[in-house]
Design a protein around this ligand. Structure first.
Ligand SMILES: [Zn+2]
Length: 300
């Protein structure tokens, strides 16, 4: 079966902000968060970087045809490295843009410039790290209007990693207000659904959002929230429930490489859906593993 990985990360080094502290690459998969040493990747990532070459080698090894490079302010701004990597592997990689949306109109201008160049596409919002320096910011805050206007005007998708219940409310409003934007909910709703302190009903609400025409979800990273070992049975249930509620059309397989290699092998990440989700028939799995992402992001 052909596979597209809808959410992978590459970076030459980590240099961002998290938990109000600087985060920076050390060695052997470790980072420094402020003064604290954290094992961020497996030790085999000797320089604590994630290069395009190693990603492509993993993709070749595991039969992944194409990958979508996903930024996160946590790593720092990687637009340049994404563009260089896409030029090197134009048939294998596409990359999502990152701008500092807190700059409002200026961010929208930067984005328009990026879209005019035609290499990167879309926009990533990782609520926690995007709003790190202004944590009360809402997705529907006025200051972001020009950014949404730009994405809507250029028909660009927005990938959102949600952390709070209000992010679910806001995404619903945005999806109605900006019909030209395709929204991808990262990690099936992520922290906003699966963090222990979140109401159980939040996942139901995300499934309702997925019924909207312009909202999709990627299947990655769910095992992290349940602290479970492969075959990740709670995650299987979450993904199968989404399939039963909204159908295979709305789901896209993703690995969240390389961070998820802390939890399983690339093959296991593939098999979470391919072998694990027994309630999804094979023909429908093709849509999740490949066809939906191809149609949405690789059709040109
Ligand atoms: Zn990610």
């Amino acid at each position: 079966m052909k596979i597209i990985d809808s959410h992978v990360h590459i970076y030459e080094k980590i240099a961002g902000i998290t938990q109000g502290q600087p985060i920076a690459s050390k060695t052997l998969g470790q980072v420094m968060i402020g003064n604290k040493e954290v094992q961020f990747l497996p030790p085999s990532f000797e320089r604590t970087c994630s290069t395009a070459e190693v990603l492509i080698a993993y993709m070749n090894w595991c039969g992944i045809d194409k990958g979508i490079l996903m930024p996160n302010p946590l790593y720092g701004y990687q637009n340049y490295y994404f563009m260089e990597s896409i030029k090197k592997y134009p048939d294998r990689l596409k990359g999502v843009a990152l701008v500092d949306v807190m700059k409002g109109k200026k961010a929208a201008e930067e984005l328009a410039d990026i879209y005019d160049k035609g290499i990167l596409f879309g926009l990533k919002i990782e609520v926690d790290s995007t709003f790190q320096c202004a944590p009360d910011t809402r997705l529907i805050d006025k200051k972001l209007d020009s950014v949404w206007d730009c994405c809507n005007q250029y028909h660009q998708p927005v990938f959102v990693h949600m952390f709070r219940t209000e992010d679910i409310d806001d995404l619903e409003k945005l999806s109605e207000f900006y019909p030209n934007i395709t929204y991808v909910i990262c990690h099936m709703g992520a922290d906003a659904c699966f963090k222990a302190e979140m109401p159980d009903t939040n996942y139901e609400r995300v499934l309702n959002l997925l019924k909207k025409k312009n909202i999709y979800a990627d299947t990655s990273t769910v095992p992290v929230y349940f602290e479970e070992e492969y075959p990740w049975l709670s995650s299987v249930k979450i993904i199968e429930k989404a399939y039963q509620t909204v159908g295979a059309e709305k789901l896209m397989w993703a690995s969240d490489y390389p961070g998820m290699l802390n939890h399983g092998t690339m093959k296991e990440l593939i098999n979470l859906v391919l072998n694990g989700c027994k309630k999804i028939p094979g023909s429908q799995k093709e849509k999740i593993m490949y066809e939906n992402a191809r149609r949405l992001f690789f059709a040109d």
